[in-house]
Design a protein around this ligand. Structure first.
Ligand code: PLZ
Length: 442
């Protein structure tokens, strides 16, 4: 291992600073030369264990054979046509697969786009058209992307919203059930889900139920710090929607594609959403996203109302179909569950033994550690979180933070990571947490 960054990365970084705006942030200060499965080699020859998965995109791992082959075959036949010009089977096949695999056995249809933000934008457009209502309800700690509507729905001032207003109208924010920091200062389950009641009342008394097109919910909030919805919370939100003819949009951009041990996180809550957004690991790194929903709702907008030049690009469709084959025909979901168990066995005890660990939480292998200065006051340990990331990078582990208060370390390792590599990665993380607990001193 060289110093991080090594000399070749450092030289590239100088060029990057001149050529690329600083706002386009980077977490690890390295440039990549090569990657395979859950490991990355940088341009200085350093090897890293990947607990970040290219920001939740590489659930099937790098260099997956089936994906690579599908991409090469399609690239050799044709790379682009634009579905609005002349159609191709891959778009239809991927739509069929998503219609079949998303929760619920009702008739569904799917449209394809390029990114998570675009999926959210389209889900909202479709909901507004279908209901003829303007308002959208999002949640505290939510993240929906960097477009105007995505950013408006995103509940974090720095760095996502600061300076970028004015924001889109008709977006309202309800308090999410972030039980570790209950917005109503209550305790689950004695709270009786007061936050859901608050949301219902907010819709009825402030916005007007007949004004609300849709509610956008991440079952496990990703950027918000892996805030896991309690068992009874999503069913409660779904009831609120049903009672008011509001469409329930399940944002599975980060939590989907096996990330939580099931294909979609919401399966674990027994809720059937009206619309589902998918992206990230759907394309194994190629830009593709989907909106899947009730056929009548999806068919509401007029001909020509939805689309885009690249939406459902043929190469990206081929990759996504291969990803869905991998997730449904191999033992990846089992591996996801066992990854989750290993992580919890290693990290759960730290909540008792380290003062800095406020909470270890997650669903399946989508696990995070929330760091605090003091367990009572729960003051966020933001600086320590940054230092832990840096220490992990220096010791050969790629890892990310999250959280409204920038004090959450989150794990998004490819589901194909070997148990050995997972343990090695966790060894480094645990050591860094212990170091932070000692006040960042060796
Ligand atoms: N919905 C739930 O997690 C993207 C953002 C990275 P895009 N999360 C990673 C960054 O810093 O911008 C995300 C998400 C959920 C929507 C999105 C948006 O997906 O593909 O980044 O547009």
């Amino acid at each position: 291992m060289s110093e991080i960054p090594g000399p070749v990365s450092a030289a590239l970084f100088e060029r990057r600073e001149k050529a690329v705006p600083r706002a386009v942030f980077n977490t690890a200060p390295i440039f990549v030369a090569d990657g395979e499965g859950a490991s990355v080699t940088d341009v200085d020859g350093n090897e890293f264990i990947d607990l970040a998965g290219g920001l939740g995109v590489l659930n099937v791992g790098r260099g997956n054979q089936r994906v690579t082959q599908a991409v090469m075959d399609q690239a050799q036949r044709f790379i682009h046509e634009c579905f609005h010009v002349s159609m191709y089977e891959g778009y239809v096949e991927l739509a069929e697969r998503l219609n079949e695999l998303t929760p619920g056995d009702h008739d569904k249809k799917t449209m394809l786009a390029n990114s998570g933000a675009e999926a959210v934008e389209n889900a909202v457009k479709i909901s507004r058209y279908a209901t003829e209502r303007p308002a959208v309800v999002g949640f505290s700690n939510g993240f929906s992307g960097r477009t105007l509507l995505g950013m408006t729905l995103t509940a974090k001032e720095m760095p996502y919203r600061h300076g970028f207003g004015p924001f889109a109208p008709e977006v309202y924010r309800a308090p999410f059930a972030y039980c570790y920091r209950c917005p109503l200062d209550l305790e689950h389950t004695t709270c009786g889900l007061a936050c859901a009641d608050y949301t219902a009342d907010m819709i009825d008394s402030q916005i007007g139920a007949s004004e609300v097109a849709c509610m956008l919910v991440e079952p496990v909030q990703g950027e918000g710090g892996f805030v896991v919805a309690p068992d009874d919370y999503l069913p409660a939100l779904k009831s609120i929607c049903e009672e008011r003819d509001i469409l329930y949009i399940d944002d599975e951009v980060q939590s989907g594609m096996g990330r939580t041990g099931t294909l979609f996180a919401i399966e674990q809550y027994g809720v059937v959403p009206d619309l589902v957004t998918t992206a990230k690991s759907l394309g194994a790194g190629l830009p593709i996203s989907g909106v899947t929903g009730n056929a009548d709702v999806m068919d509401a907008p007029h001909v020509g109302g939805l689309g885009g030049t690249y939406g459902g690009n043929p190469v990206a469709c081929a990759a996504a179909i291969a990803v869905l084959d991998e997730l449904t025909e191999t033992d990846l979901l089992q591996r996801a569950k066992s990854q989750g168990r290993v992580i919890r066995e290693r990290l759960d005890p730290l909540a008792g033994s380290l003062g800095i660990v406020g909470e270890v939480r997650g669903l399946g292998p989508m696990v995070a550690v929330e760091l605090v200065m003091d367990k009572k006051t729960k003051e966020p340990a933001k600086l320590a979180t940054g230092a832990i990331l840096e220490r992990c990078h220096e010791r050969g582990v790629l890892i990310l933070k999250a959280g409204t208060y920038d004090n959450v370390v989150r794990l998004l390792a490819p589901l194909v990571i070997s148990e050995d590599d997972l343990h090695k990665g966790l060894d480094v993380l645990v050591e860094a947490l212990e170091w932070a607990d000692r006040g960042l001193s060796d």
